[in-house]
Design a protein around this ligand. Structure first.
Ligand SMILES: Cc1ncc(COP(=O)(O)O)c(C=O)c1O
Length: 232
C-alpha cells in the first residue's frame, strides 16, 4: 500500500489493512514516501515493511537518488535484502550517503514547513474560481481526512488540483508559473509542479487536467502570487 497515494493523495487505513493482512497471513508493506516518518509510522500501525524513496523528502534537495526499506524485525526477508545489498551491490554511493546523512538532520523541520505551506496553498486553490477540485488530506472536505488525522500527525507537502478546463489549459498554467519548476520529482526545498497524465502515458487514469505540486519552502506570499497570476 501507499498512503497518501501519488498523485491523488488517497488515504488508506493502515490499521484496517494490517488486520486484513494478518487474517490472511500476508505481509503488509507500506510506501511512506509522502508522509515521511515525521508524520506517519506504519510499523506502529501494523505494517511489516516500510519503504521510502530517499530521493524525495529524506534528501530534500533534489540532488540524490536512494531508497530505504525498514522491517519490523530481523527476519528471513530482511536477510534476503541484505544479501541483495552485499552480493548484488545495491547500495548508494558514498556521496549520496553523505548528502543523505546531512539532509536527514533537517527532515523534521523541513516537513513542518512543507506541510504548513501545503495547507496554505490547498486552502487558496480550494477557493479559486479557475480550479475544479483540490486534493489534500489536510482539507476537511477530503474524503480521507478523518483517517488521515487518525494515523498522521501532519498531512504532508503534496497538493494536487484539477484546473478548470482541459490538458492544454493545465499546461498553460504550468508554463506561466515562475517559482514552480515543471519537473517529475518531489520533496525538495523548491516547489515543483507537473501534469501527471503527461508523464504517465496513454493508459493513465489520472485526470488530464490534474497538476501535482510538491510545495517547497519558499515564502508562501511568493507562491500564492505566482499561482494567482498563472491561474488568472
Ligand atoms: C510514493 C513514491 N514512492 C516511490 C517512488 C520511487 O522513488 P525513486 O525515484 O527514488 O525510485 C516515488 C517516485 O516518484 C514515489 O513518489
Amino acid at each position: 500500500m501507499e498512503t497518501p497515494s501519488n498523485p491523488l493523495l488517497k488515504i488508506t487505513d493502515i490499521r484496517k489493512i494490517s488486520a486484513l493482512a494478518k487474517a490472511q497471513n500476508a505481509i503488509l508493506a507500506c510506501d511512506n514516501t509522502f508522509a515521511t516518518p515525521v508524520f506517519q509510522n506504519p510499523i506502529d500501525l501494523g505494517a511489516d515493511i516500510v519503504m521510502h524513496s530517499s530521493t524525495k523528502y529524506f534528501g530534500g534537495h533534489s540532488d540524490i537518488l536512494g531508497g530505504a526499506l525498514i522491517t519490523k524485525e530481523v527476519n528471513p526477508f530482511w536477510e534476503k535484502v541484505k544479501i541483495v545489498q552485499r552480493v548484488g551491490g545495491a547500495v548508494p554511493s558514498p556521496m549520496d550517503c553523505y548528502l543523505l546523512c546531512r539532509s536527514i538532520r533537517t527532515l523534521a523541520y523541513r516537513m513542518k514547513g512543507h506541510a504548513e505551506h501545503a495547507a496554505i496553498l490547498a486552502e487558496y486553490l480550494l477557493n479559486h474560481p479557475n480550479v475544479e477540485k483540490v486534493f489534500y488530506p489536510g482539507l476537511i472536505s477530503h474524503p480521507g481526512h478523518a483517517v488521515a488525522a487518525s494515523q498522521m500527525s501532519g498531512f504532508g507537502g503534496i497538493v494536487s488540483f484539477m484546473v478548470n478546463g482541459d490538458a492544454i489549459r493545465a499546461d498553460e498554467v504550468v508554463s506561466k508559473l515562475r517559482y514552480f519548476a515543471n519537473a517529475t520529482s518531489l520533496g525538495g526545498v523548491e516547489s515543483l509542479i507537473e501534469r501527471r497524465a503527461a508523464v504517465e502515458g496513454p493508459e493513465t487514469k489520472t485526470p488530464q487536467n490534474l497538476l501535482r505540486v510538491s510545495v517547497g519552502l519558499e515564502h508562501t506570499d511568493d507562491l500564492l502570487e505566482d499561482l494567482a497570476q498563472a491561474l488568472d
